[in-house]
Design a protein around this ligand. Structure first.
Ligand SMILES: [Zn+2]
Length: 400
């Protein structure tokens, strides 16, 4: 049974403490990517990086979307206020159009990103990629495994306050529901002419306003967290596995190691990687490591905040089988509907994907997007367990 703890500890120290906060598209993110590249170069035969542009935050795109729905909601309230004098049908029609537009753009933005991102100021980011060819087989005889983790860290914001973060999903889904209610009310008023229904729109308007205020507060006041758990833990595991496998390569399975940038602002790095390499990795299995450093180690069986996507059943079965053979690890399955990870674009584009994470007793990510996401709160044993699980899965896929 390999022990990765020494290697993991070394990488964690550099990423979470020596480099520290490394916001998407910042100079510190570039330093973290350079560190990863140097580490991979030391052990792998083929290592390179790929530059791309990223917005500095996802907040601006969401503000546009929420703003569209908010204007629609206010139009409905105006229709209600004017009810004695006007039918409100024109305002209702406007709300219908704005609300439908907001929902359509939101669904795209939340699942594939990039819809509005290009409107805003762009920053340089990059992915670092290393490939380990198999020891015996000719390339192409077995499907590759892609091990991936994002190097950037996120800003803290009040919606991630540990005291209230269990309501994060409800806050987000409330925003989605508020947005969806606007065109429904618009249609109802337009059809019935009962403009007083517009008063109901006060509720979604207030919800959207609060959500927008939280987003702005986070961008203006929030600072980047050290990201020890999110996601120095995942990068440390990926690097430790690269070093380990470089010494004992799989016989048939090629391994790709991918450190993505700009995950926290819309999965921008993974989307860029799939755009460039998706065609040559059609049969590959994607292993995503994100927040694996604190709590109970888990493998995710679903992914997605709005629509739930099932991760690959073959990979899930394999993880379950190995977890069952090692009850001392305490590894369990988990549903991820709390946030989007790099697993989401991969699974949506039809790649065989599994994701690893660690959760507290409430099923939440400890210190998630909060200033307390520091090195001293990360448990190397948990990361080591996840790395062992991934190693065992790859050995099994390699033919035992
Ligand atoms: Zn993350």
């Amino acid at each position: 049974m390999p022990d990765f703890s020494g290697r993991i500890r070394r990488h964690l120290q550099v990423l979470a403490e020596d480099i520290g906060p490394r916001g998407s598209g910042t100079e510190a993110e570039a330093r973290a990517a350079a560190y990863v590249e140097a580490q991979l170069r030391a052990v792998l035969p083929r290592v390179w990086s790929e530059d791309f542009k990223t917005p500095g935050a996802y907040a601006w795109a969401y503000l546009v979307i929420y703003g569209l729905a908010l204007v629609g909601a206010l139009a409905l309230v105006a229709a209600a206020a004017a009810a004695p004098f006007a039918s409100g049908r024109g305002l209702a029609a406007a709300a219908l159009v704005l609300g439908v537009g907001a929902v359509v753009v939101l669904l795209r933005e939340n699942t594939t990103a990039g819809t509005l991102g290009g409107w805003f100021r762009q920053y340089p980011s990059r992915n670092v990629i290393g490939v380990l060819p198999p020891a015996e087989a000719e390339p192409g005889t077995a499907a590759p495994v892609v091990l991936s983790a994002h190097v950037d860290s996120a800003k803290w914001g009040l919606m991630f306050d540990p005291k209230g973060v269990h309501r994060f999903r409800a806050l987000f889904l409330g925003g989605v529901a508020s947005m969806a209610l606007v065109p429904v009310l618009g249609l109802a008023i337009w059809l019935t002419g009962r403009a007083v229904l517009g008063w109901i729109a006060v509720v979604p308007a207030a919800w959207l306003l609060v959500s927008m205020a939280l987003l702005v507060h986070r961008e203006v006041v929030g600072t980047y967290t050290p990201g020890a758990n999110d996601n120095a833990s995942g990068v440390a595991a990926m690097l430790a596995l690269a070093e380990y496998f470089a010494e004992r390569p799989p016989r048939r399975v090629p391994l790709w190691f991918v450190a993505t940038g700009a995950e926290e602002v819309g999965l921008v790095g993974m989307l860029d990687f799939l755009r460039r390499h998706g065609h040559e990795l059609r049969d590959a299995a994607f292993f995503i490591f994100d927040n694996i450093g604190s709590g109970h180690p888990k493998y995710a069986v679903t992914e997605g905040m709005i629509r739930s996507y099932r991760l690959d059943s073959g990979l899930i079965d394999l993880a379950a089988r190995i977890a069952a053979a090692h009850p001392e690890w305490g590894v369990r399955p988990a549903r991820n509907d709390l946030m989007s990870t790099d697993a989401l674009p991969a699974v949506r584009q039809g790649f065989r994907t599994i994701a690893f994470r660690a959760e507290d007793d409430r099923g939440l990510l400890p210190n998630w997007h909060w200033p307390t996401d520091t090195l001293d709160r990360v448990d190397v044993d948990v990361i080591n367990t996840v790395a062992r699980l991934a190693e065992a899965m790859i050995r099994e896929m390699d033919g035992g």
